[in-house]
Design a protein around this ligand. Structure first.
Ligand code: GLP
Length: 257
């Protein structure tokens, strides 16, 4: 069954599978682009079908309409590994180039990310946060969910005031992301630059996208237990513009009323 249900809060949409989720998210991204929104973008396996669906939607438009939407494209990614540049296939810059910039023929610099090769990662985090403020902040922030409850790379424990910064990745996150590094967690960079919960919670709208049964329990804790530092995503509950789109597997542990 596919449908839209309203919990007390936040609004939750449950779709049959990851492809149906991707189509819903792509629809919202297209609508946001049409309004000239500044997008906050995420990486990870959850986003691959989302970006495929967005590319398909945009390519199906008459060329002038598509070019019109792309002309005002402005996006900021959540995070990047320290030490990796766009030429490294494991970098998030390379992910964004593969999944969006190349198929949409957008110059890579239109998709902004922290510079993983910056000599001083902490200074780069400050610069990136400042660039985001100068652009007027994020209108629609897309978020995936880490298995330990992280959003962006805000690893637990994390307070809602945490700013954009350079931080150490947990061993569980390096394990989770090893797939992009030949399956070896040791090959995953130990540090990353991430937007903080402070910048994420300042976005006007948040779209949390979660697929797969292995995330059912952490999604339940994120949405239906009191917010706490041990589950960074739980701080999203307080945001008035939060919407959650999940597939049946990820929504399986939620109490729906
Ligand atoms: C990664 C990223 C997040 C992403 C999350 C989920 O580590 N930093 O932005 O949303 O973890 O990843 P996946 O979609 O591969 O499960």
């Amino acid at each position: 069954m596919t449908g839209s249900r309203s919990l007390a809060q936040p609004p939750l949409r449950v779709e049959a599978d990851a492809l149906a989720v991707a189509d819903q998210v792509a629809m919202r991204l297209q609508a946001a682009l049409a309004q000239g929104a500044t997008l906050g973008l995420a990486t990870g396996r959850t986003m691959e079908p989302v970006y495929r669906a967005l590319v398909q939607r945009l390519q199906a438009l008459p060329e002038t309409d598509c070019l019109g939407l792309l002309a005002s494209w402005c996006s900021f990614n959540l995070d990047e590994y320290v030490g990796l540049g766009p030429k490294d296939p494991g970098s998030f810059a390379a992910f964004m180039r593969r999944h969006l910039a190349l198929p949409l023929r957008l110059p890579s610099e239109r998709l902004q990310l922290p510079d993983g090769l910056a000599g001083d990662p902490q200074a780069e985090a400050l610069r990136y946060a400042q660039a985001l403020r100068a652009a007027g902040g994020i209108d629609l922030q897309l978020l995936g969910l880490g298995r330990n409850g992280h959003v962006g790379f805000n690893e637990p424990p994390c307070l809602p005031e945490a700013p954009c910064r350079c931080l150490a990745l947990s061993s569980s996150t390096r394990q989770q992301n090893a797939g992009a590094f030949g399956g070896d967690p040791q090959a995953v960079p130990p540090q990353a630059i991430t937007l903080g919960l402070a910048e994420i919670l300042s976005a006007r709208q948040l779209l949390l996208v979660v697929t797969g049964a292995e995330k059912a329990e952490i999604l339940r804790r994120s949405l239906q237990e009191p917010p706490c530092p041990e589950v960074p995503a739980s701080w999203l509950q307080g945001h008035p513009g939060l919407e959650v789109i999940a597939d049946r597997g990820a929504a399986a542990a939620l109490q729906l009323s």
